[in-house]
Design a binder for this molecule. Structure first.
Ligand SMILES: [Zn+2]
Ligand SMILES: [Zn+2]
Length: 682
């Protein structure tokens, strides 16, 4: 072949699976380009960003190929390991390589020319905050015996032949963060980069601050959805160019190219926010484990309440379990008190949101100047408005759901489609003036606590109170500054905040998750309550009188019994046994096919046809409407696919997806369909 004859390259471009252009496309290049090179290519009338993809071009005879439009020379190619991670994730989650690859790159890459990117490249080098390099390294706390042992084991494991996946199970307040910090330090000392994943960055400002303080002499960048496009590009470039030593980010950051990667840590590995809920529905936690194996770097998964999937892998010896069973300073965990709501005498006209013994406990804290947290996982004032005369309820006209009553701005808001209206003065059906709220959300609880605890400073943190940028930080700051006596909120307040003066945490109505149709609901409830309990008594001096209160109608439930003993292992064992008997994950592997259509009949018909098109090898359950069947006037149904073998499920899905694509034209009115592999909610 002559030196200058054009070569055929495979190029991944953004084309969804559905377009039929799911595989990398072939283009001509007048020079060889390494895989991972960024290029621009013509597609139809457009010019798109593409990535030269590894592997041989098919070079079909008789098809005239177009040449590349241009090559981006200002940036190094994406690493081979990055392409391999994308290729695996695309296959596993049933998306096209190009769609996934382009969706995880900073959007600015598509807009800027090679010359502009060259400028950004230089700017990134210049603008990156120069490490301050203190003469004396920041003082480091003395390790507890448990931390020292865990780090010793981790170091020994990392020196072994295969990079380990370690599950760090540490009770809240046991100092998991210090373990991450030391492990990161070891990676950096070896000249490597560290990737630290966190569930939601705005809920963990303290973690970011601790990394910044400890590694003042290093370059740290964050990657999350709160960045401007320009910031995101700059931080991504710093990682990709090998300039940043530490990348701290949310699930998207698992795809950050890191030429010197030496460690991946995943904090709160059980957190559902690691699962992407649209597009490619990937699990960043699972991909972190895959990436660790791919690049031979240790992976550290940390949690006080590990996911049952990870726990089971540790039980089987596939992950190494490291435990931190004690709180730092040997402060005890808060005593758990169950209030049997069945024994609380009902008083006519008196709300039982807060039982008399819990009220008394709150009053005691108030008298001692200590803080309390009251948890209710439902925002708004009341979940529904109701007319006692005719039975009208505040349904959403666009969804099969009630609209929530928000008293502060007198609105009825649908939490599914966002449809909002002023609260009607009278019942829209019969004109009755006396329409009343049923049930209770955080707004109403806040109001009731204000009445029950006169003089107390009651504050509320939930998705409504923190809508404005900076609001959450300000509200958390007020709690830290001691300007709040009682904090009411949803699960947002249970996350990793390090409140020092909280000695009481109460869950007022957690029972509904015990009997939910989703088999993961108890696991999530247990994690939430353990995490919430962990907010109490973080100051060792107050640990002794710290309490977690749970108001329940089912005080004998096994979940609460395990909670009382802070016994995650017992809870996990009982849940895993139930799952084994029922053939549920981690003992089976699931995928969901979801269909959205103009009518429920169309959605069902598509799923039915999909079921009939299926080859054997898996169990297909009948199509069912989703729990909330209609959202924003779209009808939704789903079908569960189950297999005892993950490879068998993967093989099935690989054959099935093209058949589904072929079915689509026959189903007019079908809006979209999607496969969710390892779904988190059923
Ligand atoms: Zn009415
Ligand atoms: Zn709605």
């Amino acid at each position: 072949m002559a030196a200058n004859s054009p070569r055929v390259l495979r190029v991944a471009v953004e084309a969804p699976q559905h377009s039929g252009l799911g595989v990398p496309l072939d283009y001509l290049s007048d020079r060889p380009l390494p895989a991972g090179s960024l290029v621009r290519v013509p597609l139809g009338q457009r010019e798109l960003l593409g990535i030269v993809w590894p592997g041989e071009a098919a070079a079909l005879p008789g098809i005239e190929l177009r040449p590349l439009a241009s090559v981006i020379t200002s940036l190094p190619p994406l690493p081979a390991a990055w392409c391999a991670l994308i290729e695996f994730a695309a296959g596993y989650y049933q998306r096209s390589v190009g769609e996934l690859a382009l969706s995880v790159l900073p959007p600015e890459l598509r807009k800027l020319s090679d010359a502009q990117l060259a400028k950004r490249h230089t700017l990134t080098e210049k603008r990156l905050p120069e490490p301050t390099a203190p003469a004396e390294p920041a003082p480091r706390p003395v390790l507890s015996a448990g931390q020292a042992e865990v780090l010793g084991r981790l170091e020994a494991l990392s020196a072994g032949v295969a990079a380990p996946v370690a599950l760090l199970h540490g009770v809240t307040g046991s100092g998991k963060t210090e373990v991450y910090l030391r492990a990161v330090q070891d990676a950096l000392a070896a000249g490597r980069q560290a990737l630290v994943l966190v569930p939601e960055i705005n809920l963990t400002p303290q973690l970011e601050a601790r990394f910044a303080e400890r590694f003042a002499d290093r370059r740290i960048v964050s990657l999350h959805s709160g960045l401007t496009p320009a910031q995101r590009l700059r931080h991504w470039l710093a990682a990709h160019l090998g300039l940043a030593d530490i990348v701290l980010g949310t699930r998207l950051a698992v795809f950050t190219p890191l030429p010197r990667l030496g460690l991946i840590a995943v904090d709160e590995e059980h957190d559902p926010s690691y699962k992407q809920q649209e597009g490619a529905r990937y699990s960043a936690r699972d991909l972190a484990v895959y990436r660790g194996r791919l690049e031979s770097v240790p992976v550290l998964l940390g949690s006080a309440t590990p996911s049952l999937e990870s726990w089971q892998r540790a039980e089987e010896g596939r992950y190494v379990r490291l435990s931190l069973p004690a709180r730092i300073g040997d402060g005890g965990l808060p005593a758990v008190r169950l209030v049997n709501m069945g024994l609380v005498p009902a008083q006519k006209g008196v709300s039982t949101a807060i039982s008399p013994p819990l009220l008394e406990a709150l009053q005691q804290r108030l008298a001692r100047g200590e803080q309390s947290i009251v948890l209710l996982n439902r925002r708004g004032y009341a979940p529904v408005l109701h007319c006692g005369a005719c039975g009208w309820k505040s349904g959403c006209p666009h969804c099969s759901a009630w609209r929530v009553f928000h008293k502060l701005d007198r609105t009825l808001r649908c939490h599914h489609c966002g449809f909002t209206e002023r609260v009607p003065r009278a019942c829209p059906d019969c004109g009755n003036l006396d329409i009343a709220p049923i049930g209770r959300g955080t707004e109403r609880l806040e109001e009731q606590l204000q009445t029950m605890l006169p003089g107390a400073r009651v504050a509320r943190i939930d998705a409504d109170s923190t809508r404005l940028r900076g609001a959450l930080e300000a509200q958390l700051g007020a709690v830290h500054a001691g300007e709040v006596d009682v904090l009411v909120g949803t699960q947002m307040i249970a996350k990793g905040h390090d409140f020092r003066r909280v000695t009481l945490v109460a869950a007022v109505n957690p029972d509904s998750a015990l009997f939910a149709s989703d088999f993961r609901a108890p696991e999530r409830l247990f994690a939430l309550l353990m995490q919430a309990a962990g907010r109490a008594g973080r100051d060792a001096g107050q640990a002794e009188r710290s309490e977690m209160w749970v108001q329940t109608w089912h005080p004998a439930h096994a979940l609460y019994a395990a909670l009382r003993r802070h016994d995650f292992a017992a809870f996990a064992a009982s849940q895993l046994e139930e799952r084994r008997m029922a053939g549920l994950p981690p003992y089976s592997h699931l995928a969901l096919l979801r269909a959205e259509a103009r009518t429920i009949e169309i959605a069902r018909a598509f799923l039915q046809a999909a079921s009939e098109a299926a080859a054997e090898g898996v169990t297909l359950y009948p199509p069912v409407p989703m729990a909330i069947q209609r959202v924003a006037n779209v009808e939704r149904a789903q079908m569960l696919v189950e297999s005892a073998s993950r490879p068998a499920l993967q093989r099935f899905l690989g054959r099935w997806a093209p058949l589904l694509q072929a079915l689509r034209p026959a189903h007019k009115g079908l809006i979209r369909w999607a496969i969710d592999v390892d779904p988190l909610t059923i």
